[in-house]
Design a protein around this ligand. Structure first.
Ligand code: GL9
Length: 808
């Protein structure tokens, strides 16, 4: 462990001088905010000196550099994480206490950057953590959104979006690198000139903006490697402040130029709502790709000159989903137009350098752009895509039966659109899915024609999570217990968590596992009281579903279960229910009506259930607003049931399933995404699986059967009743009924098979919760889940990427 402070005394001395020099006040007169700022500045400066050493090591040894391009990085708060990774958390906490401060209080001042939507963005952040831990020279490249996604508030049960002004107090971790700014051109027209018998192209008349990088240090556990995350902000190229307009009192006009440039990095678009017409999104994608490629090549040039054929040996560029799909054409553009390479040589270099991860099979999430929009905004990049496409088509093997269909399926340009997923596959040497089932589905269905052509490109990399963030940091009491039992090795190598299996038969230890869980439940209950004004009982089962709202994730199925149990309990007060708190949290895309209505339904059910004394002894429903990394860290450790109930075949992987498993929750789920690997690792008897399987779902959908009314009629007392309650005012008090959900189910034939899985789901829940009374056995299962969760460490995932894709 490379500790940044040798002793409390050393820390105190440095910290005192950091606080006073930064605030200009004597220590006693400084505020908690001053102290927070000074602490971050001190840790950041220590991190930067390790970063300098890392950089020297990478340079001297000629280590391969990996660039992870992602439009989202959901990094969460960094202070506690970095203190843990530098091995000084306890030392700093104690020293601060002696100085009259409290580490946890100071940590509350750190903003939680909303630079992501959900799993995909958090995965990118866990990967940065693991790359640094594994000593990989790995760098994030993304966008610095001024307002991130949005802040979620609940008004009359419904989601309201407000701006998330996360930068309002500044962000002490970042360093602005004006000297590394890159000019990015949009629009204009392509001009070709002949040069030594060959055409060379450039673009004239562009509208330029400046991409300005901000660097954030990434500290690896062990403190030996500090990498960086570089995020780009869009600004005007030069200050074109219109003084005449200003003096004439037209302040808006005076600043119009600046506002237009800044709009590009103003907000993160929700990625799960049909946002595809959005020109700004396309500009964002090009901006962070072009600026990123520029900075990658700059670094390469400094180390290796213009020997471009060495690029794949020293550089790997990984594209996280299709948003950075322009990496291929942009790299081609620079190599061919600016570096004057022949097309074939540039293409060989490009495809050997780039790799691609697919994160979803949802067709609406596989990006497509109208050619007309694309070619106008990025004329030269479009020409290059057109040339890649032309050569792809020309070289296509026409000897196989059905080649026409295969070419149509894999084409980049089709039906007036640029298909970004196909572009990504064609420009990459590796294509991976994020869980075993997902990769199988890619190979068999979504990308089956590519798989038939180039099976060797395809591979699986099941997702992972950082055990430092989601166990050590989020769950200190459990982490302490684990360390007492098996030492600290699990922080380095989470596979060591399997040593916990030896304690599964130790009643005293299981008692302590339960006590730690209880402590975490009390902590969450306190948060819920503060944030929602709701009292929840830490002695009830905490049943948790936290994730983005989406039809296929079926939060609707979960709340139907709650409605059913409520109805049955009201009808029969002797109906036995294990006392449970049903906890939900997550955001819905602002334009996604069905998802927002589901949130409103949950809150409306909560309003009825929580105020009904007939059921309050046994049930409460709690929606925690504004789900983000910081409150997620309170929720996962308190969970006992992990709801992973997506329609089978739809959830590529899921990662909250792993976070909850590591924290000792039992999975109640379908055979979908990484749930399958969870069951394989921990044993089906230690989870609770229900519902249709992926092949059954396929078959049912393919049959074209209309079953919604049959399901309704077959079970009038329970399912039928729940459906009726969507429109009969039972839950309408807050802000009305739920006709649109009713129509979606009954007239839309229940696309996500909520009604089909209802009975087996509720039954599974009842069976699972009946087991809660045997607390010793429950705690054993919880511990067993933690013991088997080590494989889900993102360190394991990253080593697989390193060895099988990046060769780093
Ligand atoms: C997602 C998948 O839906 C998840 O199943 C998967 O775990 C993550 C990470 O691989 O990627 N793909 C995707 O577009 N999102 C995912 O979470 N969406 C969001 O991040 C909102």
């Amino acid at each position: 462990m490379n500790r940044i402070f040798e002793s409390k005394e050393e820390f105190k001395e440095l910290y005192l001088s950091s606080v006073t020099s930064l605030s200009g006040k004597p220590f006693e007169m400084t505020s908690d905010f001053d102290r927070f700022q000074a602490l971050v500045k001190l840790v950041a400066s220590k991190a930067r000196s390790v970063q300098t050493e890392t950089e020297k090591r990478v340079h001297d040894t000629g280590q391969k550099r990996v660039y992870y391009f992602s439009i989202e990085f959901l990094i969460g708060r960094l202070l506690d994480n970095y203190l843990i990774n530098f091995g000084v958390r306890d030392l700093v906490a104690e020293a601060l206490k002696e100085m009259g401060s409290n580490l946890e209080t100071l940590e509350e001042y750190e903003p939680d950057p909303a630079l992501g939507n959900g799993g995909l963005g958090r995965l990118a952040a866990c990967f940065l953590d693991s790359m640094a831990h594994e000593g990989i020279a790995g760098y994030g490249n993304g966008m610095r959104y001024r307002y991130g996604l949005f802040k979620q508030e609940i008004v009359n049960g419904a989601q309201h979006e407000t701006t998330d002004d996360w930068l309002v107090h500044g962000y002490p971790w970042e360093v602005r690198r004006q000297d590394k700014a890159v000019r990015i051109g949009f629009g204009g027209h392509v001009v070709g000139t002949e040069e030594n018998g060959r055409m060379r192209y450039h673009t004239e008349g562009t509208d330029d903006v400046l991409a300005v990088p901000y660097d954030i240090p990434v500290v690896g556990y062990g403190g030996n490697t500090v990498n960086k995350l570089r995020v780009w902000s869009a600004e005007p190229v030069e200050e074109e402040f219109d003084l005449d307009a200003f003096n004439a009192g037209d302040y808006a006009k005076a600043q119009a130029h600046r506002a237009e440039a800044e709009a590009i990095s103003a907000i993160l678009y929700p990625n799960d709502a049909g946002e595809h017409g959005r020109l700004l999104r396309l500009k964002q994608e090009y901006l962070f790709v072009a600026a990123g490629i520029n900075s990658v090549l700059d670094t390469f040039r400094k180390e290796h000159g213009s020997d471009w054929k060495l690029l794949p040996q020293y550089v790997a560029i990984h594209t996280n989903d299709t948003h950075p799909a322009m990496c291929g054409p942009e790299l081609m553009r620079v190599l061919v137009d600016e570096e004057n390479l022949e097309w074939d040589e540039a293409w060989d270099i490009t495809t050997k350098t780039i790799s691609y991860t697919n994160h979803t099979i949802l067709p609406e999430a596989l990006e497509k752009w109208p050619i007309s929009t694309f070619s106008k905004l990025l004329p030269r990049v479009y020409q290059i895509i057109d040339e890649i496409s032309r050569r792809y088509n020309a070289a296509f093997d026409r000897s196989q039966d059905g080649w026409q269909d295969r070419l149509r399926q894999t084409a980049i340009l089709w039906d007036g659109e640029v298909r970004m997923a196909n572009l990504s596959v064609i420009c990459s040497h590796s294509v991976n899915g994020v869980a075993k089932l997902h990769t199988d589905i890619l190979e068999r269905e979504t990308l089956k024609d590519f798989y038939a052509l180039t099976p060797q490109k395809f591979n699986n990399k099941t997702n992972g999570i950082s055990p430092r963030r989601f166990l050590a940091e989020a769950n200190p009491s459990y982490a302490k217990l684990i360390t007492e039992a098996i030492g600290t090795g699990w922080l380095d190598d989470a596979a060591e968590l399997s040593k916990l299996e030896a304690f599964e038969g130790d009643p005293a230890f299981l008692e302590r596992v339960g006590a730690s869980k209880h402590e975490n439940k009390v902590r969450l209950a306190n948060y819920v009281r503060r944030e929602c004004g709701l009292a929840i009982d830490p002695n009830s089962i905490f049943d948790v579903q936290v994730k983005r709202f989406h039809a296929y994730k079926r939060q609707l199925l979960n709340i139907f279960k709650v409605m059913d149990i409520y109805n049955r309990r009201i009808a029969d007060p002797n109906f036995r229910v294990a006392p449970t708190t049903f906890i939900f949290s997550g955001k819905a895309a602002s334009s996604y009506t069905f998802a927002k209505e589901t949130i409103r339904l949950i809150n409306s059910v909560a309003n009825v259930v929580n105020n009904d004394p007939r059921v309050n002894e046994v049930m409460k429903v709690c929606f925690i607003p504004n789900f983000r990394v910081s409150n997620a860290q309170l929720i996962y450790p308190a969970a006992e049931i992990s709801e992973q109930i997506s329609t089978a075949g739809m959830e590529a992987s899921g990662t909250s399933n792993m976070k909850l498993m590591m924290n000792g929750a039992i999975t109640l789920g379908t055979m979908d995404g990484a749930n399958i690997e969870i069951v394989n690792l921990a044993g089906a008897e230690n989870e609770k699986i229900f519902g249709l399987t992926a092949p059954e779902v396929d078959e049912l959908r393919a049959s074209g059967m209309h079953f919604a009314w049959d399901m309704y009629n077959a079970d009038p007392d329970r399912l039928g009743r729940v459906i009726d309650e969507l429109t009969d005012d039972t839950f309408a008090a807050l802000s009305g009924n739920f006709e649109s959900i009713y129509n979606e189910l009954m007239n839309g034939n229940d696309h996500d098979l909520v009604m089909k899985d209802f009975a087996s789901y509720v039954q599974a829940w009842e069976e699972l919760t009946q087991g809660y009374s045997d607390r010793m056995d429950w705690n054993r299962r919880a511990l067993h889940n933690t013991a088997c969760s080590g494989w889900f460490s993102s360190d394991r995932t990253i080593r697989e990427y390193r060895d099988e894709i990046w060769g780093a």
